[in-house]
Design a protein around this ligand. Sequence first.
Ligand SMILES: C[S@@+](CC[C@H](N)C(=O)[O-])C[C@H]1O[C@@H](n2cnc3c(N)ncnc32)[C@H](O)[C@@H]1O
Length: 246
Amino acid sequence: MLPLLERIAELDAGVMLDAGCGDGETARRIVEAVGAVKRLVLVDIDAAALDEARDQFEGLADRLEVAFRVADVTQLPFAADSFDSVLLSDVLHHSGDPQQALTQCARVLKPAGILLFSEMVCDELSGPEAVGRDLHHFKSAIDRLCGVPHQNTLPRPVIEAALASAGFETLWWQRERFDPARPADPDGRRRIAAREQFLETYLEHAEQLPQYASLRKQAAFLNYRMLRCGFTEAPELRVIARKLAI
Ligand SMILES: C[S@@+](CC[C@H](N)C(=O)[O-])C[C@H]1O[C@@H](n2cnc3c(N)ncnc32)[C@H](O)[C@@H]1O
């Protein structure tokens, strides 16, 4: 995320919304990187995530006005033109309706307001990145079977078209790749073992489902591919965009 953080060093984020804040760590990094921020509003559909975000901002309460609210990014409970900037980080494919999520972000932004956007992409991948994407898609399939909205990630051109269709002009973008090489784990064995364990634990969510046997086979095949090809997380598309004045 470093290139994005460097790009926003001069940005006056004004009143900022973090739509789908999760544990708030991304927002905290953004707030520390921008030139100025007047007020921060963090929303998430999950009240438990907001509790974690509150902890994240505890130490900053005297320096920054922060508010937390349970809300759905596809139906934001704010008036049009309420925010100078919006952060939407790794929420699009969780939101249930990516186009509507972007349209809502545009609606609550003031004209020429800034969108700081980040999303994992599923195209133009190396072999290990394709394994990383398929691991993620396996997890999202289990979530969907359990009734949790979580779609597969999208190709970059589809995301770019959705941004344009919501009324955003891209000012800067980057496809950020994650280097699989870790000095402490040069052949990736420890990461693969950890990911195998993660798959095993995640499968427990699906134990009662009729698809469980089939999911187990898919997990075994993913483990085999990790050992054959290695894996790393799929790249993130980072975008700084501006709301076009209509
Ligand atoms: C992968 S996490 C990303 C969290 C954070 N933005 C980050 O960059 O780490 C996705 C978050 O989006 C939230 N979320 C999913 N659907 C949502 C929706 N429709 N409206 C608001 N938040 C949503 C989830 O609860 C979760 O906290």
